[in-house]
Write a protein that binds this ligand. Structure first.
Ligand code: GP9
Length: 421
């Protein structure tokens, strides 16, 4: 089928890299600890307010890590669950709804499933009700050994929706420190969730003109989340885990603050559609490798779908099967022409940013230059707009039609009754 061929082409490109790049497998056998940070956006990094850095921990950490400065979330209505699915399963989320809720019984090549089959202990941690986003069901399907949800935590630091990040990381690390190694631990933070309210005692910034606005509250909560991440990293070091663990951190999605009057100190031109789109879609992503190697800033456009192929690549686990859409980052040989495709049909290759029109016709969409924000002729974005649409169509066929179960044996279709496309 054309769906299978499409996925095999992606797999072939990854496979070629695996054969030729020394980085493939360079961190074989390492633990993997991933933190998905609620509502953390790139425009927060490197900023100060009232004489204090907003994210001092992250500002330092990104210097010691491979930091992806042009990294995009790829979420839609499924928000946090979409980020989880895009990152861990390397397929597109749904146009409406959430894969976690609608297709939790379908077969995917998610990272915990892959690592479990390699002998990893795989655990997921999130201090909220286990049924939210259907996580109880989806995480069983993803083959985690255990989902540590709110009921597994002592609520000894009540902040935001439930438990504060500091206690969440501390109690999660109590579990992680005694896991059989190698482990894969996935932590999903919560304190920095909308509406970003903290008690006065936790508000440590002078937010100047933004005080008493939602943006001021957002800065306060991101400052708290940053300090909590610092405690997590200190604990990993104290447990002797910093030097044998691939530490991955990224923001899940935007903060849903769309009052552009609150942004002037964080962006050049609040009226430019391309710049707004960049701010909304850009989340930080960094990978700290066990020996601190490959630290530096990587500025090729990349997105959440690239993360599972990247981690598997570092561990030396082949992604030559046609299960994933993404491509490994951190390799010099990465193709130049890969797009980061958004669920609504937007895409960027790092040079151009395409925003579709409400009528969905590609000729009516808007094509911008990323560096200047200038509006280009719409044909400057062709044929990439068609490629982005093809990615969305193929991904939908796979997710909705449960097609990966037909793609086994490295692409050879098994007779299971349902045709692939
Ligand atoms: C709660 C949290 C919700 O479990 O993950 O996040 P949201 O999807 O609303 O950003």
């Amino acid at each position: 089928s054309d769906t299978q061929r499409f996925m095999e082409n992606r797999a072939a490109a990854r496979s070629e890299l695996e054969r030729t790049d020394a980085l493939f497998g360079a961190y074989e056998g390492s633990n993997v600890l991933m933190v998905q940070v609620e509502s953390l956006q790139t425009f927060m990094l490197g900023q100060s307010i009232g004489g204090k850095e907003i994210t001092p921990v992250l500002n330092q950490l990104l210097k010691e890590s491979a930091y992806f400065s042009t990294f995009y979330h790829q979420t839609a209505q499924g928000r946090t669950s979409d980020a989880d699915f895009a990152v861990n399963c390397s397929l597109q989320p749904m146009k409406s709804g959430s894969v976690f809720i609608q297709y939790a019984s379908h077969e995917f090549g998610c990272l915990p499933t892959q690592l479990k089959s390699e002998g990893y202990s795989t655990n997921v941690f999130h201090p909220y009700q286990g049924g939210f986003w259907n996580r109880n069901v989806m995480y069983k399907n993803m083959k985690y050994d255990q989902f540590y949800s709110m009921k597994h935590y002592e609520l000894d630091e009540r902040l935001g929706w439930s438990l504060g990040d500091k206690s969440f990381y501390r109690q999660s690390m109590d579990v992680i420190a005694s896991l059989p190694q190698p482990f894969h631990s996935f932590l999903i933070s919560l304190t920095s969730h909308h509406p970003y309210k903290l008690p006065a005692a936790e508000k440590l910034l002078d937010t100047e003109e933004l005080t008493d606005t939602i943006m001021g509250d957002y800065l306060q909560v991101i400052h708290y989340a940053d300090a909590a991440l610092g405690e997590l990293i200190d604990r990993m070091k104290a447990e002797g885990l910093w030097d044998n663990t691939i530490f991955v951190l990224y923001g899940d999605h935007d903060n849903s603050i769309q009052n552009w009057d609150l942004y002037p100190r964080f962006m050049k031109d609040t009226t430019n559609a391309a710049e707004r789109e960049q701010v909304i879609k850009s989340v930080p992503m960094l990978i700290h490798l066990p020996d601190g190697a490959h630290a530096g800033t990587y500025n090729k456009a990349s997105g959440q779908l690239d993360m599972t192929p990247t981690i598997m690549y570092l561990l030396g686990l082949s992604t030559s099967e046609p299960k994933w859409l993404g491509a490994p980052l951190l390799t010099e040989q990465r193709e130049e022409t890969r797009l980061v495709t958004q669920r609504n049909g937007s895409w960027t290759d790092g040079h151009r940013y395409y925003i579709p029109s409400a009528d969905g016709l590609s000729a009516n969409g808007k094509c911008y230059a990323v560096d200047t924000g200038e509006l280009l002729a719409s044909d400057a974005c062709m044929p990439m707009t068609d490629w982005a649409d093809a990615e969305l169509t193929m991904s939908d066929r796979i997710v909705m039609g449960n097609l990966l179960r037909t793609f086994k044996n490295n692409g050879a279709v098994e007779a299971v009754g349902k045709t692939a496309s």
